[in-house]
Design a protein around this ligand. Structure first.
Ligand code: FE2
Length: 423
């Protein structure tokens, strides 16, 4: 006797009419016509059942603070950083916790059950670190929150930050962050990458740096990150986030760089919504898009995930935790319109970030944790087209969110009485 069976599901890999059997929070069987009984059965009716969405890059300490203490007037990354600096002294732990928990409510409703969040470690009180460690424990029953020690003001540029970053790791933050392009000089940027990679290697931790988030084609810290990842044997444990300067780099240099990233086993995390809005702000026309070279990185075998980065904070005023919206933007900005490329965009918000984060038991196979999302779409491409409704979201076999189907009633002569937008 099972706890739950989802019947007649379509899976992201195209298998149809699949039954998924679940007991004690785990998937026991994935097969057509499962001959078993369960306390509860749900008929997916041929719709897509996917493992949950995963956000590889987020800032949960600043989310839902839009307008505090004012709105970013220029819309640039640098004004956003300055604005965050104005807000920081006014932050309280209670406010950060409340906003983060409220964001996690949105995430769960959107079928987003794992988030890697950077947390600013420059504040001597480490207020945000304490708050997000508390949030991580609170949401654990329904959402995996992985924290990155992020030196927003620069590990060398801001005195005392390396010590605070190390203290954050001691407190339980599990990934080493960085921001080499924000250090005072290119040389300091490269030095910060060396220091932080060595720190991660010594502690056996993963690395995820904000890297080259700039339109400057000569911002090449990703080269240094790949070098140290290879030198220190960190292959498969390092990610470069943003990499927007690659958008503007010389093609010849990129033809050398991408194979080096591949050899070093470094993953790339693009943040399409934020890159398209923050980059190119100093351009007239043509105005650069700023997103890194996603199709080229994928073609070379570099794992690429899409992150949300910001929701209603000093850098971005929109968003609701919808990773299909993120992938939809990535698809457009990267002109990834073939069927294969659109599927890669779906993977960039599901399986690829799950691997980058090192999530245990992720996927739809016997033995995996029964974290599942029933979408109002027949396949991943349709999910992207519709930014499909998450009809049901399960965490370890327990229903944690439900949304009514998107349906419009019509009053038209000789036409159907409603449409649900499915093809
Ligand atoms: Fe970021």
């Amino acid at each position: 006797m099972l706890d739950l069976i989802l019947r007649h599901a379509t899976l992201p890999d195209g298998r149809q009419n699949i039954d998924i059997g679940i007991r004690d929070g785990r998937i026991l069987a994935v097969e057509p016509g499962l001959a078993a009984r369960a306390a509860e059965e749900v008929d997916a009716g041929g719709l897509l059942v996917t493992p949950p969405f995963v956000d590889a890059h987020f800032h949960m300490d600043s989310t839902r603070s839009y307008g505090l203490p004012r709105v970013n007037a220029s819309g640039t990354l640098l004004e956003g950083i300055a604005l965050w600096g104005e807000l920081k002294p006014q932050l309280t732990q209670e406010a950060i916790v409340e906003r983060a928990l409220a964001y996690c409510d949105w995430a769960v409703a959107r079928g987003l059950l794992a988030i890697r969040s950077h947390v600013d470690v420059c504040d001597p009180r480490l207020l945000a670190v304490e708050a997000l460690l508390h949030v991580k424990a609170r949401v654990k029953p329904y959402l995996d929150l992985q924290l990155v020690a992020f030196p927003q003001d620069g590990v060398l540029r801001s005195p005392g930050t390396l010590e605070r970053l190390t203290r954050a790791l001691d407190m339980g933050v599990e990934v080493v962050g960085g921001i080499p392009h924000f250090e005072r000089t290119m040389a300091d940027g490269a030095e910060s990458v060396r220091i932080l990679c060595e720190l991660a290697a010594a502690r056996g931790l993963r690395v995820d740096m904000h890297c080259d988030e700039s339109d400057d084609p000569l911002s090449r810290h990703i080269e240094t990150l790949a070098f140290h990842a290879q030198r220190l044997g960190l292959q498969g444990r390092v990610a470069g986030s943003h990499l927007t300067s690659m958008h503007s780099m010389d093609n010849y240099y990129v033809s050398k760089l991408i194979p080096l990233i591949r050899e070093a086993g470094v993953a790339a995390i693009a943040n399409p919504l934020i890159n398209i809005t923050l980059q190119g702000r100093h351009d007239t026309y043509p105005r650069r898009r700023g997103m890194t070279r996603v199709p080229e990185l994928l073609a070379a075998g570099v794992p690429v995930a899409f992150g949300h980065d910001c929701v209603m904070d000093p850098w971005y005023g929109l968003g609701s935790g919808d990773m299909l919206e993120v992938a939809h933007m990535g698809l457009h900005v990267g002109q990834m319109t073939s069927q294969d490329a659109m599927r890669q965009c779906f993977e960039a918000v599901t399986t690829t970030p799950a691997t980058i984060l090192g999530l245990e038991g992720y996927g739809i196979a016997p033995g995996c944790r029964a974290d599942l999302v029933l979408l109002q779409a027949r396949d991943p491409v349709e999910a992207l087209r519709l930014r499909a409704t998450r009809l049901k979201v399960w965490r370890a076999g327990r229903l944690v969110a439900e949304t009514a189907p998107a349906t419009a009633r019509l009053a038209l002569p000789e036409r159907p009485a409603h449409t649900d937008f499915l093809s």
